[in-house]
Design a protein around this ligand. Structure first.
Ligand code: 0A1
Ligand code: ZN
Length: 879
């Protein structure tokens, strides 16, 4: 814990490592009261370093050093300097063996970084800088070593001992102990190291690769979860096949393992050959997990698997390059999910997350480029900007190059850099070299923070049949960056004629190609495009399929939006037109209690509900009103209470006006058994549960009967939790309490379901007022040491229950600050992540912002603040 201001690390100060590690030979002795780690490193000076006489420096954190040997000779305390975070050995030869023994206490490790215990098993999390909590090591991604790992533990308590690579030896030891040795043939950075020891059941399968090798697939879980692995296994096999077919990437070891652990700071981790997952991102079966959980498992299994090439075989030179692996891998997993399900729905989901949360990040005090230039604590940079905007940046390269040239580029990238630790610039260069395209200006996407805004104006000249479109880009200032240069933006668009058909697009001076969607390339501050042969004033469909992570401003009329909703050939823009219409209608009501809900929104929703021909997956998305979070993001100095009540009113008007249609929809949408996670069935359940929740929202008696019946009889969690959520958010107080109680009794032994139960309550504007949320923290199932429980109560409250979190007394803010202070000592990564909602304080209307600022200050003033929270809080409060 820093007593003074933590140091800022700058990209511009990057230097190659002075020493390289060829081999790391590790021996772990695991006990109940701690673990002894024997590390034997073959080290040599890096010929590329300019500091050929420098001292050896190894990173460490919370380690008890027991001994150091250099080439077999024990060093006396005067021969080295144990500075806590650094072990310095001043004089070392050019090549040597260093043996270090450290003692650590995994059982007391609540930070969940390094080696720790979760439900009785030992496990690790080393990204980004957790390996230094295990032993002294040059803990940076450009030092890549071959690891050999021997694990020793009590055989009865820890029958399963796992690490990266292939098992090469095992045997019995005295006192009921045993050992297993693993060897990983691929050099890797320390952040990809993993170890697991526990009493786990193994689910196995095999995969035949494209070159005919057979890979052993294993998923390890606690015995109570043995029935929840099938979906992850299927997802894994689909991912392996997809990566071969789409990117020509084959798996490289003989064995691929996944382990589920209950206590985990993030979603999952791509350790070489031994992925470790948060239980909630890998376990799923229909009775206890929702459609959303099924989709999350598939996407995360794919994500971690894809990292084997984009991340492990080719890794990051330094942590400023984090998006090299994360942006590219999110792009790969979103292509995969699109291929497995509905591409339009996947695009809508990605754009929703980006526009709601990443745009907010980009507009706040933590805004940073996809390749940041500095940081204090790298754990704070696992952000939506690195992951989701990083994905969009890779997607734009894909759009600019087209699929064939993009594939050539990725082939070249993997071939050129296999086994290396490289930069985002190396990635872009491979794309350029393979395609012949100049991406010089495009690189600004990696360097400049902030969300570009496109202001679009048009005019139509009937006499010449020319339609002129002027697009002007601007990029807002962000902390430390102003006066930005225009970026290279692929801007896809189409034009609709009066009947709603796409018009072939021909620019002045061109031959007609018949294309109806064109990707225009914006490179200047302002461009004017002239489309010829346009017979009447068209309706523009802009930024089709969300071709760039930007905001678009164009003054569509409400009638034009309705027109686009029903005619645009671009599914994404059909949905987006509906969102824009709803945003306008809700805005119009904000603060105007007497204003009427625009009947056009009601009619548009009615048309959607009655449309049996349309893609029901898209219909389900289109019927969802923009979230409060998105409405807030769009607003200037938002008043949260007003926005909440305006949105509620619209919902009530819709539910009342569409009662018959909603009941009909509910009855019609009954997916056949058995349960399947196809886009059709997911859409069907989603529409059905939406109809139910709208009707319960207005206290409809008939819907209450339906909800109670669905709750009782549901054979899958999507329907059971759907009914529960609808009841919890309804005015039926008695039924709400009974359902919550019955649900808990039914599921209290399943932590993933209990997390659902917590978050349904904590996120509820009806049942989740602050006193109720505080009571959840006292509940027997709540556990301050478990990040999932914290997220499902505190995270759900502050992130989704905006009407209570932004209570005007500021009690929600104080509650969050209290939680952050409490967690700062035990788990700083989680504490820092929870702080995100407060960092946006400047955005809000004064009644809110003052309270938010005070809450942040109370966190700032805590003694011995962690580096993680320090960085977030100080940057948020800085002028
Ligand atoms: N690389 C992982 C995410 C991850 C990052 C940090 C962690 O601990 C601090 C854990 C996981 C991924 O992208 O899936
Ligand atoms: Zn990742």
């Amino acid at each position: 814990m820093p007593t003074s201001q933590p140091k800022t690390i700058y990209l511009s100060e990057y230097r190659v490592p002075d020493f390289l590690v060829d081999h790391a030979d590790l021996r772990f002795e695991l006990f109940e009261d701690g673990a002894r780690v024997h590390s034997s490193l073959s080290i040599r000076r890096n010929p590329d370093s300019r500091e050929q006489g420098s001292a050896l420096e190894l990173n460490g954190d919370s380690l008890t050093l027991e001994s150091v040997h250099l080439d077999g000779r024990q060093l006396a305390p005067g021969d080295y300097d144990d500075r806590g975070e650094l072990l310095v050995v001043p004089s070392v030869p050019d090549a040597f063996e260093l043996q270090v023994v450290t003692w650590i206490e995994p059982q007391n490790n609540t930070r969940l970084e390094g080696l720790y215990k979760s439900s009785g098993m030992f496990c690790t999390q080393c990204e980004a800088e957790g390996f230094r909590c295990i032993t002294f090591f040059p803990d940076r991604p450009d030092v890549m070593a071959r690891f050999r790992t021997r694990i020793e533990a009590d055989k009865a308590a820890y029958p399963v001992l796992l690490s990266n690579g292939n098992p090469v030896d095992s045997g019995e030891l005295d006192n009921g102990r045993h050992f297993v040795t693993w060897e990983d043939p691929f050099p890797k950075p320390s952040y990809l190291f993993a170890l697991v020891a526990g009493d786990l059941v193994e689910k196995t399968d095999t995969f035949g690769t494209m070159s005919g090798r057979e890979i052993d697939l294993r998923i390890y879980v606690e015995p109570r979860n043995a029935e929840k692995t099938a979906h992850a296994m299927d997802s894994l096999k689909r991912s392996m096949r997809w990566d071969e077919e789409t990117y020509g990437r084959e798996y490289d070891l003989d064995i691929f393992m996944i382990v589920a652990v209950d206590d985990f700071n993030m979603g999952a981790m791509e350790n070489k050959g031994l992925n470790i997952f948060n239980s909630s991102c890998v376990l799923a079966r229909p009775e206890s997990e929702t459609d959303m959980a099924f989709q999350r498992v598939e996407a995360i299994v794919a994500h971690e698997y894809f990292h084997n090439w984009s991340g492990n075989r080719v890794t990051c030179r330094d942590w400023f390059q984090l998006s090299l692996k994360e942006g590219f891998t999110v792009f790969r997993d979103s292509q995969f999910s699109a291929d497995m399900g509905s591409p339009t729905v996947k695009r809508i989901e990605d754009a929703t997350l980006l526009r709601t949360a990443q745009f907010a990040e980009d507009a706040g005090p933590m805004a940073h480029p996809v390749r940041p230039a500095s940081y204090m604590e790298i754990s704070n940079f696992y952000t939506l900007t690195i992951y989701e905007k990083g994905n969009e940046v890779v997607r734009m390269i894909h759009t600019l190059l087209g699929p064939e040239r993009f594939r050539k580029g990725s082939d070249l990238y993997f071939e050129r850099h296999d086994g290396q630790a490289v930069t985002t610039d190396d990635f872009v260069r491979a794309m350029e070299d393979a395609s012949g395209r100049d991406l010089g200006q495009f690189r600004l996407w990696y360097e400049q923070a902030g969300t570009p805004v496109l202001a679009v104006e048009d005019d139509y000249d009937e006499a010449s049949q020319v339609y002129r479109l002027t697009v002007t880009q601007s990029i807002p200032d962000t902390p430390g960056q102003s006066g930005k240069k225009p970026q290279h933006i692929p801007f896809a668009l189409g034009l609709l004629d009066t009947k709603g058909a796409d018009i072939p697009l021909t620019l002045a001076g061109e031959q007609s190609t018949g294309e109806t969607t064109r990707v225009l390339e914006l490179t200047e501050t302002s461009h004017t495009f002239e489309f010829t042969g346009i017979a009447s004033r068209p309706v523009p469909s802009l930024l089709r399929n969300f071709s760039a992570p930007v905001r678009v401003n164009y003054p569509w009329t409400r009638d034009q939006l309705m027109f686009l909703m029903s005619h645009d050939s671009d599914g994404f823009n059909r949905w987006d037109a509906g969102q824009r219409l709803a945003v306008e209608v809700i805005r119009e009501l904000s603060g105007h209690a007497e204003a009427e809900v625009d009947p056009r929104l009601v009619e548009a929703s009615r048309t959607l509900l009655n449309d049996r021909e349309a893609d029901q997956a898209l219909v389900a998305k289109m019927l969802q009103l923009p979230t409060e979070a998105y409405l807030i993001e769009l607003a200037d100095k938002p008043d949260v209470q007003i926005i909440h009540h305006a949105r509620e009113r619209v919902l009530k008007v819709l539910a009342t006006a569409l009662r018959e249609e909603l009941l009909a929809c509910y009855r019609r949408q009954q997916p056949a058994e058995p349960y399947q996670v196809t886009p059709e069935d997911v859409a069907s359940r989603s529409l059905r549960n939406m109809a139910l929740s709208w009707l319960l929202h207005i206290g409809d008696q008939e819907a209450l009967t339906l909800a109670l019946e669905q709750f009782e009889k549901a054979t899958n969690m999507t329907d059971q939790a759907g009914a529960l959520r609808a009841l919890v958010n309804s005015p039926f107080e008695a039924e709400r309490g009974q359902a919550l109680e019955a649900f808990y009794q039914q599921w209290h032994q399943d932590p993933q379901v209990v997390e659902q139960w917590f978050s349904i309550q904590a996120a509820s504007p009806v049942a989740g007022d602050l006193p109720s949320v505080r009571r959840l923290l006292e509940h027997e199932a709540f556990d301050w040491k478990n990040p999932n429980k914290i997220r499902s109560v505190v995270g759900a409250f502050a992130g989704q229950n905006l009407v209570h979190f932004h209570d005007q007394e500021g009690s929600g803010y104080q509650f969050l600050a209290e939680t952050i202070r409490r967690l700062d000592d035990s788990n700083p990564q989680i504490a820092a992540r929870l702080a995100a909602p407060l960092t946006r304080w400047r955005k809000f209307a004064h009644v809110y912002s003052e309270g938010m600022r005070k809450a942040l200050e109370s966190v700032r003033d805590k003694e011995g603040l962690s580096r993680d929270v320090y960085e977030i809080v100080h940057k948020s409060l800085a002028d």
